[in-house]
Design a protein around this ligand. Structure first.
Ligand code: GLC
Length: 626
């Protein structure tokens, strides 16, 4: 059925919550056809709409073609509207408005008068289907079906085989930068969604091909990665070959270890995610042949080797540069950020399960590191009202191995916001710990993975979720979930981010809200028997994700606006939503991605391991003291 639209009122008076001009790619297409399309967003009767407005540049017809996009498949519609402009036709999905009838030609808006039949509810479940694992897609909602369709469109093939998903699939984006690549970290929620749906092949291919991209040699010259590093992303490239006069093409996988990435950041988290996914694949499929393969075992060992290598560091936590993870720009996350520690701990737990018993030396190193790391984080990163009061009263400049204030934290560095913010119940792991420095910011991913990996004790895990519950407005608000809380502002922003215009307060990595964190939150909630919290968060996200074109992130303190520079149709927002829904329906699958308390580590006391504390301890050749 064709919608009937009529011109009603100017944009400014419509309660418009954002208007974006059209991409230059669209503009180019429009120009060459004599039209200059513009994307206009508006709000009407409690619903969000967007139109593509293709206005003819010259001539006397002054025709404006609108396309109502309050529906699914917006990208397809966008193409259609341009096509309809070109051909002068008025297909089902487009509306032609004669602007001569409007006195305010520039400001015109459209109002939907009759509901289009192809609303969200009428979509078929063609993205869903049978499930090799016995998981039923029967109760799949239209929104999930939309997400599946979009996720499948994001699949990247290499030599005819699916190998991953593109980071963002926004057809209106003229400058995709590297968002047209397959990111290791971005693919994780896609992989879990596919595993939950019984589609294992893409995950297996991804694990296999990324392994082949792993860095094998380090040359200390032209910004090349160290041995064992996994790339941040890769793309499929077609190369043209001339084989003795015969012209051929071949596909190759082109990795990016950060040599091309903005800021040249090395993705420390990639290898950790790779190990975590490998274990999840084995748990889901029951097929352990992949993880037992010699090349895969070597891949695991190489990642562990680079992580466990000696450096100048004194701590069992992993020392990294700023932006070496999901937050891949300067945000004051250098040193020992919680996110890396939690993923590191989880990857060590997963690797320990998968390593061939012959690797006993390595397994012993892993065990020692696990014990020391969990002690370090549980003891020194933990913050609740009691601990805060302790820090508030710290004595400083203590010189002794028994110092209470081991890291020489000056109480004056306690951020003022924290004194009022921290609730009586609940607690969390702070963002970072260095000599004389505690970063008190809350970081969602690190806290969530501390729960999933059992880096946090059971009590701490419960307290973290209690804190989320108590601080719901701040951490969830109108879109789950805040990447960190609170923001860096003014001088702090200038100095710490380097005045990064993308990371202004309450935007992007600096307090933006990221739907991709939802599946990870769901995982932690289910593990701790708090699915109610996850369901509540999913219900909030559900109201907006599709209407807002599945953006990468949201801005403002409560996450009200689509992020300033957020990509649309961001795959991990789509896959993250799907994975949350699927996990809630199949809570047993949480085991693929979580760990319970580590019994081996529990038997190793960090105090006992320290020869200064335990004079009875004799040095041993193969003992790994951390
Ligand atoms: C941004 C994010 C990063 C993500 C990438 C692709 O750079 O900060 O975490 O992997 O986009 O989506």
């Amino acid at each position: 059925m064709k919608s009937t639209l009529r011109l009603v009122e100017p944009l400014a008076a419509s309660g418009c919550h954002g208007a974006a001009s059209v991409s230059s790619a669209q503009r180019k297409v429009g120009d060459s056809w004599g039209y200059s399309p513009k994307r206009v967003a508006f709000h009407k009767q409690g619903r969000s709409y967007t139109c593509i407005k293709c206005e003819q540049n010259a001539g006397d017809s002054s025709r404006v073609v609108y396309n109502n996009q309050a529906h699914l498949e917006r990208e397809a519609l966008q193409e259609k509207v341009v096509v309809s402009s070109l051909q002068g036709a008025t297909p089902e999905d487009s509306i032609c408005v004669d602007t001569k009838s409007s006195s305010r030609r520039e400001d015109v808006l459209v109002e939907e008068l009759s509901q289009r039949p192809e609303s969200v509810d009428s979509n078929t479940n063609d993205g869903a289907g049978s499930n090799g694992n016995g998981y039923k897609a029967l109760d799949e909602s239209p929104l999930e079906a939309e997400a599946w369709r979009l996720l499948k469109k994001a699949v990247v093939s290499y030599c005819g085989q699916p190998v991953g998903t593109i980071a963002a699939n926004d057809p209106t984006d003229p400058y995709p930068l590297n968002y047209d690549q397959v990111f290791i970290r971005d693919f994780i929620p896609s992989a879990i969604a596919f595993l939950l749906k019984g589609e294992h092949e893409i995950v297996r291919n991804f694990i296999h091909h990324t392994l082949q991209l792993q860095s094998w040699e380090k040359t200390v010259d032209c910004y090349t990665p160290g041995q064992g590093l996994m790339p941040a992303s890769f793309k499929v490239q077609t190369v043209f070959l001339d084989r003795e006069g015969v012209k051929e093409t071949e596909e190759i996988l082109q990795p990016d270890f950060g040599e091309a990435a903005i800021g040249r950041v090395a993705p420390v988290d990639s290898g950790l995610w790779w190990i975590i996914l490998l274990r999840a694949y084995g748990k889901c499929t029951g097929d352990l042949t992949l993880q037992e393969r010699v090349d895969v075992q070597t891949g695991i060992k190489m990642i562990l080797k680079v992580c466990l290598a000696d450096g100048f560091d004194m701590f069992p936590s992993l020392l990294v540069t700023d932006g070496s993870m999901m937050i891949d720009r300067r945000m004051g996350t250098h040193g020992h950020p919680l996110e890396i520690q939690a993923l590191f701990y989880h990857a060590l737990r997963c690797a320990k399960e998968m390593l061939h018993p012959e690797a006993h030396d390595l397994i012993r190193s892993v065990n020692s590191r696990l014990a020391a790391l969990s002690f370090h984080i549980q003891e020194y990163y933990w913050l609740d009202i009691r601990k805060l009061n302790e820090i508030y009263r710290y004595r400083t400049e203590e010189y002794s191995s028994d110092a209470v204030n081991k890291f020489n934290i000056y109480p004056d560095q306690i951020s003022r916001w924290l004194l009022d913010w921290l609730p009586e119940q609940g607690g969390y792991f702070i963002g970072n710990l260095q000599p004389a420095h505690m970063d008190f910011r809350w970081f969602t991913l690190g806290n969530i993975w501390s729960i999933c990996s059992a880096l946090a004790t059971k009590e701490q895990s419960e307290e973290i979720l209690t804190l989320v519950e108590k601080k719901w407005e701040d951490l969830i608000g109108t879109m789950p979930l805040k990447i960190c809380y609170p923001t860096l502002e003014e001088d702090e922003w200038r100095i710490i981010t380097g005045a990064d215009p993308k990371n202004t307060a309450w935007s992007y990595h600096n307090g933006g809200s990221w739907p991709v964190l939802l599946w990870q939150f769901t995982l932690a909630c289910i593990k701790m028997g708090r699915s109610d919290l996850a369901e509540k968060a999913v219900a909030i996200a559900e109201k907006r994700l599709s209407k807002d074109w599945w953006p990468e992130y949201y801005d403002t303190k409560s996450g009200r606006f689509i992020g300033k520079q957020a990509r649309l149709y961001q795959t991990w927002s789509i896959a993250g939503y799907l994975t949350s829904k699927l996990l809630l329906k199949n809570p047993d699958a949480v085991k693929w991605l979580t760990c319970e308390d580590d019994e081996d580590a529990a038997s190793i006391s960090c105090v006992d391991m320290n020869p200064r504390r335990n004079p009875d301890l004799k040095p041993q050749g193969d003992r790994h003291i951390v």
